[in-house]
Design a protein around this ligand. Structure first.
Ligand SMILES: Cc1cc2nc3c(=O)[nH]c(=O)nc-3n(C[C@H](O)[C@H](O)[C@H](O)COP(=O)(O)OP(=O)(O)OC[C@H]3O[C@@H](n4cnc5c(N)ncnc54)[C@H](O)[C@@H]3O)c2cc1C
Length: 292
């Protein structure tokens, strides 16, 4: 349980961090909250020669509103998001998802950027940021670029982030009066990770028809995904109890369900249907409560 020897730097600017990562090449690794990386180092499943700690770089943490977008710094902890009044009022799915992560120690140290880039197939944030159609800002040696959340996750522990790139910001839409959202998950009891988690963000028109929606699913497949088959069945329709129940059924369409000691594949599919149903129902109820 003791990591191999490594060097440690804590640069004070993004440029210095990018330089350290570029110079370190494959032997360098970013350190954020350390909640996923440190266990890997202790088990010697990762043996980087250099850790580049981002915590001393100003401006990488915090939540702010820019027009109709919320901007969350990659170094913002799960607890900061959970307890942010701005997040709760402007994008309540964030607070609800943050609250569902691990335990209070993990939420105090772990960051949204670390969770997204670590890309554990059972992590909670990916479901929410897919449902919200978030955009991710990456800084690299060649400058900045933006990625849609849907293009970020490639597979288990694999994302489109390139060597020496740093995730710096997550940008999300601010909720409007006729929006509703919900996150429902079956948690693995020891860690809190999702056996299956479903995040829903939707908007209804004045007549209660679903104008737009996003459904993000985590834990079911080898990477998180948008349940497009369900979204298509609901979009443009009145969200009746019967339609929600029927539409939730194909949530696993086209997905090879994971199977492990926590849940068999067919049980995971069952959980995905149940939690999609509950999350859509709850989001629709909340949206109806915000119709003006
Ligand atoms: C006991 C326990 C229970 C947990 N339960 C849950 C749970 O219920 N749900 C859940 O979703 N998660 C859970 N987690 C994981 C937790 O959310 C971590 O905080 C998260 O996965 C990693 O975030 P971090 O900031 O700690 O990243 P780190 O551990 O520091 O880094 C993780 C990886 O991301 C890279 N990285 C970090 N930040 C950046 C960045 N800005 N740009 C590019 N690369 C970066 C690192 O190089 C590393 O490869 C749990 C962890 C523990 C230890």
């Amino acid at each position: 349980m003791i990591p191999a020897v490594f060097d440690y730097v804590a640069p004070k600017t993004l440029d210095d961090a990018l330089r350290a990562l570029t110079d370190g090449g494959e032997d360098a690794k970013i350190l954020a909250g350390g909640q996923s990386l440190l266990p890997l180092l202790k088990l010697r499943l990762a043996n980087p020669k250099l850790l580049v700690d981002l915590k001393k770089i100003p401006g990488l943490a915090g939540i702010r509103q820019e027009g109709n977008r919320l901007v969350i710094g990659a170094l913002t902890t799960h607890f900061e998001i959970e307890s942010s009044a701005l997040a709760r009022h402007k994008c309540p799915l964030l607070s609800e998802t943050a609250r569902a992560i691990g335990d209070v120690q993990v939420r105090n140290r772990g960051t949204i950027g670390g969770s997204l880039t670590h890309a554990d197939p059972a992590a909670d944030w990916p479901a929410a940021i897919l449902a919200l159609a978030a955009e991710l800002k990456l800084a690299g040696p060649k400058g900045e670029r933006w990625l849609d959340a849907g293009d970020f996750f490639l597979g288990p522990m694999t994302t489109s982030i390139e060597a020496a790139e740093i995730l710096t910001e997550v940008r999300l839409p601010v909720f409007s009066t006729r929006s509703g959202s919900a996150y429902q998950k079956m948690a693995q009891q020891a860690s809190g990770f999702a056996i299956v988690g479903v995040a829903v963000s939707l908007k209804v028109d004045r007549n209660g028809r679903c104008e737009d929606m996003g459904i993000g699913v985590t834990g079911l497949g080898e990477k998180p995904f948008r349940a497009e088959a369900v979204e298509q069945r609901l979009r443009g329709n009145k969200l009746t109890a019967k339609l929600i129940e029927e539409a939730s059924f194909p949530v696993a369409e086209g997905i090879e369900p994971l199977e492990d000691l926590h849940a068999a594949a067919d049980y995971r599919v069952h959980l995905a249907r149940v939690h999609a149903h509950r999350a859509i129902q709850e989001a629709a109820k909340r949206a109806a409560g915000r119709v003006r």
